[in-house]
Design a protein around this ligand. Sequence first.
Ligand code: ADP
Length: 461
Amino acid sequence: MNKLKAYFANLSLQRKWMFTSSAVIFFSYAIICMVVYISLHTWLLNDEESKVKRTSDDIVSFLESQGPNITIQQIQQNTGLLNSIVDRNQSVRLFNIDGIEILRINDTSQAAPLTAMREIVQMTVDKKDVFVANEPVRLGFFQGYIQVIHPLTGFESLMNYLLTAMLIAGVGALLLSGSIGFYLANYLMKPLHALRSSMKTVMDKGFNEPIQLAYTSQDEIGDLLKMYNAMMNELQISFTQQQQFVADASHELRTPIQAIEGHLSLLKRWGKDDPAILEESIDTSLTEIARMRKMIEELLELARREEKDDMSEADVIVVLEGVISEMELLHPQARITLSNNDEIGTLFITENALSQIARNILENAIRYCEKVPEIKISVSAHDQEAHLQIADNGIGIDEENLPYIFDRFYRVDEARNRQIGGTGLGLSISKMLLEKYNASIEVKSEKNVGTVFFVKIPLKY
Ligand code: ADP
């Protein structure tokens, strides 16, 4: 049994399906056949029994209707009517009280023993199954027995015929259900085979080939394939993004490393004895190292992508005031004002994320400004959102560069921005953090006038 279980468990899904559907159809068919066979058998056998009863009753009432004075000789001579009562395949015998046969109508079977009286019994006479009815009769002074023998050959051949027909139909049903099961399983497995070969392609060749499984049906498999397509496309996108990210990151990190390397070799050749070169090289190397550290920290922040915490909440005014005083300490020349007209509820974002976003935007506003930085922050509540507006009087951004400023490592003026310490990651981190909390960020800018960032963050309650 365990071997059979193990064999079945190792079969392909297609064969499992075929065997199971065939077995279910076959067993249902077998049960229906058994019920039909047994009911028909009982019903037909009862019918045969009632025929015997009818014949024996008819004969007894015929003989009794002849009156008490009828003699055995008269009965023996006048068997015409008795012949018409008895079926052709039945044998009827009249015995006297000593069991000696004195009349016989039809001779289809040998006499049966005169045992059970007044009841119909099934027995084998002359190797044939028969129904036997023994009935005592009294005609005037004559006392004897009537014996009706009813052969069951007709009934048996009918039942055998039925059984053969059922068996043939059963084998037919088994073959038919097997082939239908096989065809169906094949049909249903086809998309799964396609899924498997697509997975194999991804395993062998990675995401180099586009993944598109064509299956249009709206059933469970269609749903599964649709999900697989969507999942693989997402994976493909994130895989490409990751490749791009690694390429960009190594490219970005190469620049400070090259600068440090350059300065160190300069030092090695001439700088040891020249205090001016020594001083400058050490300063530049330290600046490059600081930039590298900042970039690595930001890269880690981007790579971390923690799940959003449902318990997150932040008081926007408290957070903004904290960041503003931090900025004022670092950049005392900057003038930052905060205004809020409405009572703002709690925001659905962590304080850490909100301060990081505010810090990035404010740092940019101060960094990309050639005048005395003037930054106006206003906060208002609309429906279920808080709207933050951060406007500066900086250098502004060209219209053609504006769509890309949230991309990783994108800097409007690469050489210049590197010089003033930009990594090109600040805004992409802010956007990533905002998207995590279903918030959004937009920007409007005018060259030499200033830039305005619009941030919308959902309220917690
Ligand atoms: P970075 O670290 O270089 O500042 P960001 O992702 O924060 O990177 O910004 C991307 C680019 O967008 C910056 O390099 C800069 O050119 C431009 N930018 C961002 N904010 C401002 C601003 N307030 N005014 C002008 N340019 C800006």
